[in-house]
Design a binder for this molecule. Structure first.
Ligand code: N01
Length: 544
C-alpha cells in the first residue's frame, strides 16, 4: 500500500534521503498524463505525476508560439470520459488556438482536482527498476526520489525539441528560441528582422502569424511542404448546441476511422471516376475546412501510387496559384516527396506571406546553412542579418523523450540502448525486460485524445488486472516483442508515412536509426489487437 506524501517528514534536509512511495508514477501532465492520473485514481491507486513544465497541458503548455492551434476539429479533440465536462466546455473555434487549449487542460485539472497529485517543475532524469523490491525508482533533476510499482511514461510523442547542430549559436547577439519552448512572456518580434528555420506544421503556423508584425522575415526552407487551407471559424451558438447534443455520434464516428478523426474516406478510387468528377470532388473538398480534403477524399490518395500523385499535382497547382512570383512559387512547391508522406500542415494564409515585400524565402537545400554568426545566419552563399532566430526545427519524436530519461530495467539494461535501432516494444506499450513500465507515449498517434483515451483505459485495466489477480509484475515476452517489431517493419514498409524523410521514421534527426516510430495499424485495428490481448489473459505478456 502506498504511503501518502503528507505522512512523510517535510524536513528540507531529508529531501535527498527521502523516497516517496506510490502505487504508480506517471511522467508528464500533458494530454495523456492527466487522463492517466484520473483513471488510476478511479481504480484506487495512489499516483504521483512528475511534470517538467510549470503547468498542465504538455504540447499545449510548451507550444505558445504565435499561430499554434489544433488542426483536428476542437470538438473531436476534447476528453470524452465525462459527460459533464463535455456539456460544460464551449469550444469557441472549430480549430482552437493554444491559449484556449491550455485553458481547457487547466479547467480539466481543476474540475477533477488533479493538481494535488502533480508535481510541477520536476524533470525526471532517471528511472531504475529495482528487481528485489519489484518497483521503479525515479529521480528528478533536483535530486528528489520516488518509488512505485508501476511507471507510465506519458512524455509525449513530440516533446523532445530538436536544435540542429549549427556552430556559432552562442555568438549570436540577438534573441533566439524554439517553437516548442516558446517563452511564457512571448518574444518581442514587432518591427524586428526575424529568421525562421523550418517549414513543418509549426513553422507554417508561426510564419503566417508573425509575418503580420515583424519588420522583415527570412524563411529558411529545406523541404517544401504540401500545406492546405485550414479555414477556421468561430463556432456559433446553434452549432455549439448541436455539437453538445451529438457527442456520442461524433466520438463513435471518430472511433471508426483509421486516424481517429471525424472524416471518413470515400470508398471509391480516384481512378475509377472520370477526370471531371475527380476534379469536382477535389475542388469541393478543398473548399472545406481541416483534414477533410484528404481524409474524406478518394481512399487511394492516401496510398502510395497514381491517385496520390494525381492529388499531389492538384495541390501543387493550388500553391502556384497563390504565390505571385513564379520563381518563389516553384520553391514552395514540393516535388521530392509524396503527398501525405510527411505530415500535411494546415495553414491560414501561409502562401500569401511570400507575396509580402518584407519576406524572403531562402532555399537551404540549394544553399545550406553553414553556421550562426554574431549577426545572423550564414549559408554557403550569403549572410542574413537578423535580430531574432526562431527554430521551428521539430522534435526527436517518440524515443527522444524516453532517451532523455536514463531508464534501466532488469539487469541494469538501458532502454536507450535497447531502442538504438528503433523502438523494440510489444504494441508500443511494453518492452521485454522492463516490467511494469508502460511507454504510452510510444503507442498513440492520430487525432491525439481520441487515440490516447482508449490506450490509457487499456493500461489502467491492465494494471488493475495485475493487482486484482495477485500478480506483482507484468512484462512483454521477447517473442511477442520480436513479432511486433517484425510486423511494424513489414506493414510499415507499405504505408505513406515511411516514404519520406520525416519524424515519422526518425529521419529528421542526424544519426537516428530509420524505423517507423508508431504503429502501422489503423486505430480500430490497434484497439482490437489490444482488446484481444486483454481478453486472452494478456497474451504476449509474462505475469508473475
Ligand atoms: O517539425 P517538423 P514541426 N536545416 O519536423 C526543418 C505536430 N504539430 O515542429 O523537412 C534546415 O515537421 C525541417 O526540414 P526538412 C505535427 O504532427 C502539429 O513543424 O527535414 N532545416 C522542417 O522543415 C508535426 O508533424 C500542429 O527538410 C531544418 C522543420 O525544420 C509535428 O508536430 C502544429 C533542419 C521541422 O519540421 C512536428 O512539426 C505543429 C536543418 N538542419 C506541429 N533541421 C498542429 O496543427 C530541421 N529542419 C496540431
Amino acid at each position: 500500500m502506498a504511503i501518502p506524501m503528507e505522512q512523510k517528514p517535510a524536513d528540507e534536509k531529508d529531501t535527498a534521503q527521502r523516497v516517496d512511495q506510490f502505487d504508480a508514477i506517471v511522467i508528464g501532465a500533458g494530454v495523456t498524463g492527466l487522463y492517466q492520473l484520473y483513471r488510476l485514481r478511479e481504480f484506487g491507486l495512489s499516483v504521483r505525476v512528475f511534470e517538467e513544465g510549470g503547468g498542465v497541458g504538455g504540447t499545449w503548455y510548451w507550444n505558445r508560439y504565435p499561430g499554434a492551434r489544433f488542426d483536428s476539429e476542437s470538438y473531436t479533440y476534447g476528453y470524452s470520459f465525462s459527460e459533464e465536462l463535455l456539456q460544460e466546455w464551449d469550444w469557441k473555434e472549430y480549430y482552437s488556438g493554444q491559449p484556449e487549449n491550455e485553458r481547457y487542460f487547466n479547467y480539466v485539472a481543476d474540475k477533477f482536482d488533479l493538481r494535488r497529485d502533480i508535481q510541477f517543475n520536476a524533470r525526471v532524469c532517471s528511472a531504475i527498476y529495482d528487481e528485489q523490491e519489484n518497483c521503479w525508482e525515479i529521480q528528478t533533476e533536483d535530486g528528489q526520489r520516488a518509488r512505485a510499482q508501476f511507471l507510465i511514461t506519458a512524455v509525449g510523442l513530440l516533446s523532445a525539441h530538436y536544435f540542429p547542430d549549427f556552430e556559432g549559436l552562442e555568438s549570436f547577439r540577438g534573441a533566439w528560441c524554439h517553437t516548442g519552448r516558446w517563452p511564457k512572456d512571448g518574444m518581442d518580434l514587432a518591427g524586428k528582422r526575424v529568421g525562421v528555420i523550418g517549414t513543418g506544421a509549426s513553422g507554417v503556423q508561426l510564419i503566417t502569424e508573425i509575418a503580420k508584425e515583424v519588420g522583415h522575415l527570412t524563411v529558411f526552407q529545406r523541404t517544401a511542404n504540401y500545406c492546405a487551407p485550414l479555414r477556421n471559424d468561430p463556432i456559433d451558438p446553434e452549432t455549439q448546441r448541436q455539437i453538445k447534443a451529438s457527442y456520442p455520434e461524433i466520438f463513435k464516428r471518430c472511433g471508426e476511422t483509421a486516424g481517429s478523426f471525424v472524416h471518413k474516406f470515400d470508398p471509391r478510387s480516384a481512378l475509377e471516376v472520370s477526370p471531371e468528377e475527380r476534379l469536382e470532388q477535389y475542388e469541393r473538398l478543398w473548399a472545406e475546412p481541416g483534414f477533410k480534403k484528404w481524409l474524406a477524399n478518394f481512399y487511394d490518395i492516401m496510398l502510395p501510387g497514381e491517385a496520390n500523385e494525381d492529388y499531389a499535382e492538384f495541390v501543387r497547382n493550388k500553391i502556384r496559384q497563390r504565390v505571385k512570383d513564379p520563381v518563389v512559387a516553384e520553391k514552395l512547391v514540393p516535388k521530392d516527396h509524396m503527398f501525405g508522406s510527411k505530415r500535411i500542415p494546415c495553414e491560414s494564409g501561409y502562401y500569401e506571406v511570400f507575396n509580402q515585400d518584407n519576406v524572403l524565402l531562402v532555399d537551404v537545400r540549394e544553399a545550406p546553412i553553414q553556421r550562426i554568426t554574431r549577426k545572423g545566419i550564414k549559408t554557403i552563399d550569403a549572410e542574413y542579418e537578423l535580430d531574432v532566430i526562431i527554430f521551428a526545427t521539430g522534435y526527436d519524436a517518440v524515443t527522444g523523450a524516453l532517451n532523455r530519461i536514463d531508464i534501466r530495467g532488469e539487469g541494469g539494461q538501458s532502454l536507450k540502448d535497447k531502442f538504438a535501432n528503433g523502438p523494440r516494444t510489444y504494441m508500443g506499450i511494453s518492452s521485454a525486460g522492463f516490467p511494469n513500465l508502460f511507454t504510452i507515449n510510444a503507442a498513440s498517434v492520430g487525432n491525439f485524445v481520441r487515440a490516447a483515451e482508449p490506450l490509457v483505459d487499456w493500461v489502467s485495466e491492465c494494471i488493475a488486472y495485475v493487482r486484482d489477480n495477485g500478480y506483482t509484475r507484468i512484462s512483454a515476452i521477447h517473442q511477442a516483442e520480436e513479432e511486433w517489431v517484425k510486423h511494424v517493419n513489414e506493414a510499415g514498409a507499405n504505408i505513406l508515412r515511411t516514404k519520406a524523410d520525416s519524424w515519422f521514421v526518425g529521419a529528421n534527426i542526424p544519426g537516428k536509426a530509420r524505423a517507423l516510430l508508431t504503429s502501422p495499424d489503423s486505430a480500430p485495428v490497434m484497439r482490437a489487437k489490444r482488446a484481444e490481448v486483454a481478453a486472452n489473459g494478456y497474451k504476449g505478456f509474462l505475469l508473475q
